[in-house]
Design a protein around this ligand. Structure first.
Ligand SMILES: [Fe+2]
Length: 205
């Protein structure tokens, strides 16, 4: 048996660092939900920097965790800024959800899973009165409503969020890094409740 020294392990990494081998970014980020418009469905969207499978594992809250799974697709997104940054946008649609039931899920692939989140499937009762949070103009700096929205969403106070334009200020700035940071910042809302949007004047080109 040859003892393995920490220094030897570190030295074996040096050539990789010197050669500048790029790291493999397969960790999901920017997780968000949307309603696809079909009863009993929910859309899950996220981003990875390298290509991976697109899988959501889920189950009823209080039941067996992740006893169901659904697959989707990833599309390559190339930012139009001068760096031409590339990332993969993953989309999975869950179907056959029980109305008003709460599900626990994570998304990603065997190369990396997100945190665990939960959502409630849309209620189909005739007496259902959905609760909306509706706003525009939410950016990365000085987002005065963010903490309240995070807490109230996680408390289950809203069925849908409507963000009616003007995101991040602006999504495309700094080769879209401002947009990426915004999407990470709102994950604590948008991974729990459908986050529906429309363009504002800052999104017009
Ligand atoms: Fe605005």
């Amino acid at each position: 048996m040859v003892p393995v020294h920490a220094a030897c392990v570190l030295m074996s990494l040096v050539p990789l660092l010197v050669l500048g081998v790029p790291p493999i970014w397969t960790q999901p980020e920017q997780v968000h939900l949307s309603y696809p418009g079909e009863p009993g469905s929910m859309g899950v969207t996220w981003t990875t920097l390298n290509k991976t499978e697109s899988v959501v594992e889920y189950g009823l809250m209080g039941g067996r965790l992740f006893d169901m799974s659904a697959k989707g697709d990833a599309t390559l997104f190339v930012d139009s800024g001068e760096e031409k940054r590339k990332m993969y946008i993953h989309r999975v649609t869950l179907t056959g959800l029980k109305p008003a039931a709460t599900y626990v899920y994570h998304c990603g692939s065997d190369e990396g899973w997100s945190d665990v989140f939960f959502f409630t499937a849309l209620n189909d009762s005739a007496s259902f009165s959905p609760r909306f949070a509706l706003y525009g103009d939410l950016g990365n700096e000085n987002p005065q409503s963010l903490a309240r929205l995070q807490k109230e969403t996680q408390l289950g106070m809203y069925d849908v969020i409507l963000h009616i334009g003007d995101f991040a200020y602006d999504m495309h700035e700094d080769n879209a890094r401002i947009g990426d940071e915004f999407m990470r910042q709102i994950q604590s809302i948008a991974a729990y409740v459908p986050y529906m949007t429309c363009p504002g004047n800052h999104e017009s080109t």
